[in-house]
Ligand binder design. Structure first.
Ligand code: ATP
Ligand code: MG
Length: 341
């Protein structure tokens, strides 16, 4: 077991530019990235993981725009390039170079257990890209190329961060070194799994089919209100206690979202709205979402009007990222016996 304390305390996490950002990405990831940055206890590195996006076909012009939009979402939410390193993955080639080594460390059997591949490949897995299948090895490289010790993610990424730890362990074992940290997933807060607004059994995703199932970070006030109004619920009012949310996925989801946005626990939200009907709770939720998200979405539009500035920030972040990644990659090559780096 490698000792995390011998590594620089460092946070890494990423978001794919596979579409526009959602409230799930905000509450489950970005908002928490900002908290880590502000805590100041760890170096913080955040990445727009464009190489992951192309595991599913992307229109090139849309991918380019989405990369800038995700960067704008980070910045507008409070990621400060003077405090955190912010860049896009394809500018730092060490990620894919280390990923190749990890493709050779990870076992096919491990990949076969990844539930995200099963979900994304659907019923016709034979037609999925090889990249989609190998994606978790690239994700392990994204994290370990910085010797990151902590990875804040939503609940859906837990399995991939655990695989990252398995890869680090097997690498260390196979080469008799103590080189890669056994990174810990950090899954915290009331909104680590925001659900689809039309189906409380499915995760809210930026690549989901219908726009009505998600709140986009760029939605205007009227759209947010409409989407919450139409969100699926059951006929019961909100319960008097937390236990009363059991078996009510849609109700629990809306309470989680309210808690995530207001910085409260589910318990506090229930205490305030015990017995309230949807006619009262949904408009309160919509108002809260607009209050919290409108300033971010306005700032995103302002930033996106100046793409050259976003590109400049990403290029600068990539330079900083390379400074950390390159020596780690060179050492990994040396350990493996690859000549010339
Ligand atoms: P895609 O549908 O293309 O996979 P996504 O919305 O799942 O997009 P990702 O880029 O895969 O977004 O994930 C970025 C981060 O956001 C990860 O840390 C992930 O766990 C988190 N995240 C994604 N969806 C949710 C959600 N519904 N609730 C909480 N966190 C989420
Ligand atoms: Mg995802």
């Amino acid at each position: 077991m490698s000792d995390l304390s011998k590594f620089t305390p460092r946070v890494f996490s990423g978001i794919k530019p596979s579409g526009g950002l959602t409230l799930g990405n905000y509450l489950g990831a970005i908002k928490r990235f900002v908290d880590w940055q502000e805590a100041g206890s760890h170096e913080t590195i955040y990445c727009v993981v464009d190489m992951h996006a192309i595991t599913v076909w992307q229109d090139p012009a849309e991918l380019h725009a989405a990369t800038r939009e995700v960067a704008a979402g980070f910045l507008a939410s409070g990621i400060d390039p003077t405090k955190s390193i912010l860049f896009n993955q394809s500018q730092v080639s060490a990620h894919t170079e280390l990923a190749w080594i990890f493709n050779c460390v990870a076992r096919v059997g491990w990949m076969n257990r990844m539930t995200q591949f099963k979900d994304k490949a659907g019923t016709n897995a034979e037609k999925a890209s090889l990249g989609l299948y190998a994606y978790p090895a690239l994700m392990a490289a994204d994290i370990l190329i910085y010797h990151a010790t902590h990875v804040p993610v939503g609940e859906d990424q837990k399995q991939h961060v655990e695989l990252t730890r398995d890869i680090a362990q097997k690498f260390n074992h196979d080469y008799k070194v103590d080189f890669f940290p056994e990174t810990a997933p950090v899954i915290e807060g009331p909104a680590t799994r925001v659900m689809n607004l039309r189906d409380g059994t499915k995760k809210m995703s930026k690549s989901g089919e219908s726009d009505m199932e998600r709140i986009n970070m760029t939605d205007d006030a009227a759209t947010i209100a409409k989407k919450f109004k139409k969100a699926k619920t059951d006929p019961e009012p909100l319960p008097e206690t937390l236990e009363g949310l059991a078996g009510r996925p849609e109700a629990k989801n809306l309470v989680d979202i309210y808690a995530g946005l207001s910085g409260q626990t589910d318990e506090q939200v229930i205490a305030e709205y015990a017995g309230a009907g949807w006619g009262r709770f949904k408009p309160a939720l919509a108002d809260l979402a607009v209050e919290k998200m409108a300033p971010i979405s306005e700032e995103m539009s302002r930033l996106m009007a100046d793409p050259a500035e976003i590109d400049r920030i990403l290029a600068h972040g990539a330079e900083q990222a390379r400074e950390i990644a390159e020596p780690i990659l060179s050492e990994a090559f040396r350990i493996v016996g690859l000549v010339g780096r």
